[in-house]
Design a protein around this ligand. Structure first.
Ligand SMILES: *Cc1c(COP(=O)(O)O)cnc(C)c1O
Length: 373
């Protein structure tokens, strides 16, 4: 990696997750080639966005699609779309939008660090329920002439909200659109159409730089044409409020290629490979006192991806999970893993060829080092 070493930046083996903070994901060669090709000539950006969007909509079995510069940017655009409904007068009044419906209803248990994107769009979050439960009447009561949308954050790890089906049924009875943040909900690949075509959500947002392995600064919006067009009208290349949400021609090309590629993957065989990898890691890291390796499922975002969990009893092992996490990140090569309390988690879906054994050998060496003193 001569660019990074010339600059003095240390590369990372990512066994943690598709985290923005450590680079998201790695683009496959065909995605990089699509970005390179697209960078070599001028095009009409409105036309490119429209044609690429129509192509992505067809591929993902949706009415419409749009390339955003990320899922958080997608939240800004979805909020603006629902507040303005694409009306030029309303668009020109954002972000203050006096008198416009600006409330976005969210379940308490689905509040996430990214939801301030709603405020960036001039929206206001109206939180209902608590982290344990929400009743249907709470959603009914929250929806009014001030409501722009309901934001539902997908993922089996988020609890305390209503089901998506109940949310959509109630919102629909009041003519309120439902936006789904599905940033990290791929795989399963079916989620590209499940939330919209099957469940009836109005807009769904994905990250391009997570499992899709598109450009890190890309995202995919799919859903109802009227709302996707409203998002488009607020964003680049138009000189409107959300002009800052600019996907370049390179991101658009990269994301189109990444979605095509993701749809063509043999997801079943990938799942099998992940299972084999996790078993191999379990075998390699068994037999150390105070260190219990096991298969953990689903992953931190509720996705159907198995991970290796190393549960560490610090009294017996002589070191803690956080110590080993820090040492892995401080080592050469740098290895990133996730940790929750006394466990570290190692995932097979973000690593590159050849890295699996480096990870287990490094962990073994660290454990042996602790045991010897
Ligand atoms: C990652 C993530 C985002 C942000 O997505 P970007 O594509 O990085 O902008 C938003 N929401 C959720 C739930 C996420 O996991």
């Amino acid at each position: 990696m001569s660019f990074y070493s010339d600059l003095g930046v240390e590369p990372i083996i990512n066994a943690a997750a598709t985290l923005t903070a450590i680079g998201g994901s790695i683009m496959p060669d065909d995605v990089i080639a699509a970005m390179q090709d697209s960078a070599k000539c001028y095009v009409d950006m409105t036309e490119l966005q429209k044609i690429a969007g129509d192509h992505l909509a067809k591929l993902t079995k949706n009415e419409a699609a749009y390339v955003t510069p990320g899922c958080a940017a997608g939240l800004v655009l979805a909020t603006l779309a629902c507040i303005t409904r694409g009306d030029p007068g309303r668009i020109s009044r954002m972000p203050r939008g006096k008198g416009l419906p600006k409330e976005v209803v969210m379940f308490c248990g689905q509040r996430i660090p990214y939801d301030r994107a709603i405020e960036l769009a001039g929206g206001r979050i109206r939180q209902i329920g608590n982290s344990v439960q929400t009743f249907p009447w709470e959603l009914e009561e929250a929806l009014s002439h001030r409501t722009a949308a309901v934001l539902f954050v997908a993922g089996s790890h988020l609890t305390g909200g209503l089901s998506l089906a109940d949310t959509i049924a109630i919102a629909r009875s009041k003519n309120v659109p439902v936006v789904v943040d599905a940033a990290a909900q791929l795989p399963p690949v079916e989620n590209l159409w499940h939330f919209t075509s099957t469940m009836g959500a109005d807009l769904v947002l994905f990250s391009g730089g997570k499992a899709l392995r598109g450009p890190q600064a890309s995202g995919l919006m799919v859903g109802k044409e009227i709302l996707v067009d409203a998002a488009r009208a607020n964003a680049s290349p138009n000189q409107r409020f959300a002009r800052a949400m600019k996907a370049g021609k390179e991101e658009i090309a990269g994301l189109v290629c990444a979605v095509e590629r993701f749809l063509d993957l043999d997801h079943e065989s990938l799942s099998e490979q992940y299972e084999v990898q996790v078993s191999t890691w379990i075998d390699a890291l068994s037999g150390f006192p105070g260190v219990e390796p096991r298969r953990s499922f689903p992953n931190e975002a509720g996705q159907p991806v198995p991970r290796l969990e190393l549960c560490i009893n610090p009294q017996v092992a002589g070191f803690s999970a956080s110590e080993i996490q820090d040492e892995l990140f401080a080592g050469k090569p740098r290895i990133a893993v996730l940790r929750v309390r006394d466990s570290i988690y190692i995932t097979p879906d973000t690593i590159m060829p050849g890295e699996a054994s480096i990870i287990s050998e490094t962990v073994q060496a660290l454990i042996r080092g602790y045991m010897s003193h």
